[in-house]
Structures are given as C-alpha cells and as structure tokens.
Design a protein around this ligand. Structure first.
Ligand code: ATP
Length: 221
C-alpha cells in the first residue's frame, strides 16, 4: 500500500492544492491520498480561520469523484495545535499500518520543515514529496533543485545526496526526499481570502462548488 498524506489549513481549498494532489497521486502511483485539514496550524496565524466544519466541507465539495481520495478529520478531532508527527504516527500505527507513507507539501512548507516538532523522526517515517510552488507562476527546474539541495544539506543533514537513478535525495538509511516539478498554479488561500474581502472575483481560483459554498455561508468577508 502506498499512501499519501496531504495536510494543510485548506482555508479554503483551492486549485493549487488540487493540482498538487492529482499530480502526486499519479506520479507516485498512490493507492490512497488522505487530505488532512488541520485544527490549528502550528506555523502560521491566518488573518481569519474559517470554522473547521466549513473547511472540511469545502474539501469534500472540491475533491474529484475518485475513490483514491480520502478526507481525514484526525487533526480536527485532536485538541491543540496540529503537529504532523502526531498525525503521521497515527496513520502508521492505526490507519494504514505497513504502508509506505508519502508526505505531500509545497516547497514553501518544506523549507521550514526543520522547525517542525520532531522533524528528524518525521523524516524516518515518511518520504516528503515536495511540490514546486511559485506565486508568480514561473517555474525553473534547475533553480528549484538547487534551492532544495542547499536547504537539505544546510538545514537538515549533510548526509543526504541526490540519487540520480532514484530521482530523490537519500541518506545512508535510505530515507528519501522527492521533488515533484509541476506546472505551478499561482494561487494561495490568503490570496483567495484577500480577494473576497476586497470584493474581487475568485472564479478560476477555487472549484465552482467551493465558490458557491463560500458565498452561501458568507465566509471570508
Ligand atoms: P495561506 O495562503 O493561507 O498561507 P496556502 O495556500 O499555503 O495558505 P495551505 O492549506 O496552508 O494553503 O497549504 C497546504 C499545503 O499545500 C502546503 O504544503 C502548501 O505549500 C501547499 N500548497 C498550497 N498552495 C499550493 C500551490 N498553489 N501549489 C503547490 N502547493 C501548494
């Protein structure tokens, strides 16, 4: 079993998230991809955090009808800040024991992974899949790879080297870090929230059902 874990605030879910999810699912031949909205993001304080039930509902509305997608409310149910290590150990122990776990994240998130709780241990449990992300929509494969390389060696460990054959960074224990070059979708949740607040259209940034739900519930105004 190959399972992906894709955590985030999803405040709200947008087309950048959906693109990342779809590409990781296909490129890593995942059997399942769990979308995991967090209760309280430990690393950022958004200007406004919509109620968890609304964020989960928007994820439900946004996901394609594909049985490989799952929504997990494990972080919503757990009190306090949502630490990824707690979520990962929960999946490894009880949800998909024995599965190979991939942790999906944008490059912005990966560049801060060394500040996450028990990050060294985390890297032993999961293989990060880092999705390129640029808000200006431009992508440059060589730059992305050298940013990752520098970040891994200086912030994580000098033990990692890029393995051309496997297409990932590996350490002597064969822990892997993957970089998935994608056509970046230049959208962020904060941009969506800002546009709503200033009365600008959000069509094209979120799926139509999510847009309709935001309007109906008057979220982010
Ligand atoms: P905000 O703008 O409020 O900070 P966000 O758009 O970064 O939110 P999150 O829910 O915090 O959304 O992101 C969850 C994960 O999805 C993170 O790992 C983030 O890097 C990744 N992600 C978000 N948007 C994109 C995108 N456009 N392309 C690739 N990855 C993305």
């Amino acid at each position: 079993m190959r399972a992906g874990l894709f955590g985030g605030t999803f405040n709200p879910i947008h087309k950048g998230h959906l693109m990342a999810a779809e590409q990781v699912l296909e490129r890593f031949s995942l059997d399942r991809l769990y979308i995991i909205p967090c209760r309280e993001p430990p690393h950022k304080s958004p200007d406004y955090l919509a109620p968890a039930a609304d964020r989960v509902h928007m994820v439900r509305l946004a996901l394609p009808a594909d049985s490989r997608y799952y929504i997990s409310e494990v972080e919503i149910r757990r009190s306090g800040p949502s630490y990824t290590i707690d979520t990962v150990t929960h999946f490894a122990d009880t949800v998909v024991p024995g599965a190979t776990l991939f942790l999906v994240m944008g490059m912005d998130a990966f560049l801060e992974i060394h500040t996450w709780r028990r990050w060294l241990e985390l890297l032993e449990w999961v293989q990060p899949v880092v999705v390129t992300r640029r808000l200006d929509g431009e992508s440059d494969a060589d730059t992305d790879r050298s940013i990752m390389d520098e970040s891994i060696r200086t912030r994580l460990s000098g033990d990692y080297t890029y393995n051309e054959k496997n297409g990932c960074w590996q350490n002597p224990h064969e822990a892997c870090i993957h970089l998935l070059q994608t056509l970046p979708v230049a959208v962020s949740s904060s941009q969506v929230r800002r546009r709503i607040k200033t009365g600008k259209p959000i069509a094209g940034l979120v799926p139509p059902a999510v847009k309709a739900y935001i309007e109906e519930k008057e979220l982010y105004r």
